[in-house]
Design a protein around this ligand. Sequence first.
Ligand code: ATP
Ligand code: MG
Ligand code: MG
Length: 556
Amino acid sequence: VEEVKTNFIFQEIDKDLAAGKNGGQILTRFPPEPNGYLHIGHAKSICLNFGIAKHYKAGCNLRFDDTNPTKEEVEYVDSIQEDIKWLGFEWEGEPKYASDYFEQLYEWAVLLIKKGKAYVCELNAEDIAAQKGTPTTPGKESPYRNRSVEENLDLFARMRAGEFKDGEKILRAKIDMASPNMHMRDPIMYRILHRHHHRSGDQWCIYPMYDFTHGQSDFLEGITHSICTLEFEVHRPLYNWFLDQILEGETPSVRPRQIEFARLNLNYTVMSKRKLLELVQKGIVSGWDDPRMPTISGLRRRGYTPESIRMFADRVGVARRDNVIDIALLEYCVREDLNKKAMRVNAVLNPIKLIITNYPEGQVEMMETVNNPEDESMGQRTIPFSREIYIERDDFMEDAPKKFFRLGPGRQVRLKSAYIIQCDDFKKEADGTISEIYCSYFPDSRSGSDTSGLKVKGTLHWVSAQHAVDAEVRLYDRLFMDEEPDGHKDKDFKEFLNPESLTILPNCKLEPFLANVQPLDNFQFQRLGYFAADKASKPDQLVFNKTVGLRDSWAK
Ligand code: ATP
Ligand code: MG
Ligand code: MG
């Protein structure tokens, strides 16, 4: 298993350890909001947080950041756990939920009110926005800012008791309306939302905001290093301010520290959960695990391995500057991994019948073939050879150019693990399509005992017609045709959808070995690429998804 490369976050942690902070303890957390499935960007954060834990022989918590009841669902909680486990990581103890801290957070909010550091405000969202000021001009103080502690305590209790409607009142921190950091200008701590929560049910009708939740949740769990993406850098003073307020006069044994890193951006894709959800809801993809989705579940169904995703996270590294990673790197990683692991098999995706006219009718020979030339331990198997086989339609040309080292009238090729054949004739239908190819074989050219002396340039894969099993094969192309589909000001990201991102080949012919594959099993279809059995593939209805081609077809 790959080691996480050391990066600036490790250096910061080393410094904290050297300074004796937190009694030498390390605990990280991965804090997803359960409002969608995890995507490849989350995988980077997972590999980083769990990678740190592994490196320091420490733990990493899984905490659901579930403070917004309007968008969260149990389905997401379940899928997130499945995906983290599949990636090969184990969180510390039971999963944690920010919602389990609601009572404690409420008490801390009351504490802030008592300290004169929070107040109930009645401005609506537009008023607040209008009075916020700009980074260079101070904001306007709310007319409710100087309410008495008693009045604030009373109003906040009544907010909790459900006396007010959504949006009627909010609780704000009383910090500094002239701060150069906009997040310090009396940020919202609580809002009223009469909404059912996936865990706390109808117990609450006020919900804490992210900023008032995250640092305190980290503190409650004893998190030492709270690692998040760069956009939270400007929230860090607020993260610390809330901790300062609730910990005033105390010297806790562990105080969490927020450290930011650059989020992963991939070209030719979108990664916001809101946009991914839109693709699902509008039926543009078949679901969160559609093999074209950048979700962990989509990649899994596509045939990606946990190792390939971890390798990708490792290669991308951890930086302090935002950048965009080429999706070709992700494809490279899975190709590398599958090259080592995937069994080589024969599949003909666009079959055309080829008849070996001088091969005895009814005869079947079992041909030996290695399962993976990269890994001897994967052994060998035999594949049946007979008079009628299928080859790829693309491997035959009636008027082939000289450099076409495949089949055409009068040309010779080797059938992989079998014989050299020569094309003698073909059958052309009235509409111009070629329906059958007629060849003769050279009996002394059998692979492994070839004494024919013939030299051929091309080797074709094939499947014996009478032994072949039928399958549907799904080919994928990029879901978006633009490098940055959500980077256009005046255009919706959906305008850049690739209409040809999915091609279904319904009449593929596979070697009989593939009749009994398990869902998600990976293979190399010789000469074609890597393919994985779909999650819904069954012996009598085989379906395969193309994971990636053998080499980067986008390179040129
Ligand atoms: P989205 O914008 O897709 O909704 P999010 O950041 O709101 O993503 P969360 O569920 O809150 O999603 O994220 C959980 C953790 O994963 C956070 O710590 C977040 O910083 C991290 N994360 C999310 N997206 C990326 C990304 N593209 N690269 C690296 N880390 C990410
Ligand atoms: Mg978030
Ligand atoms: Mg989000």
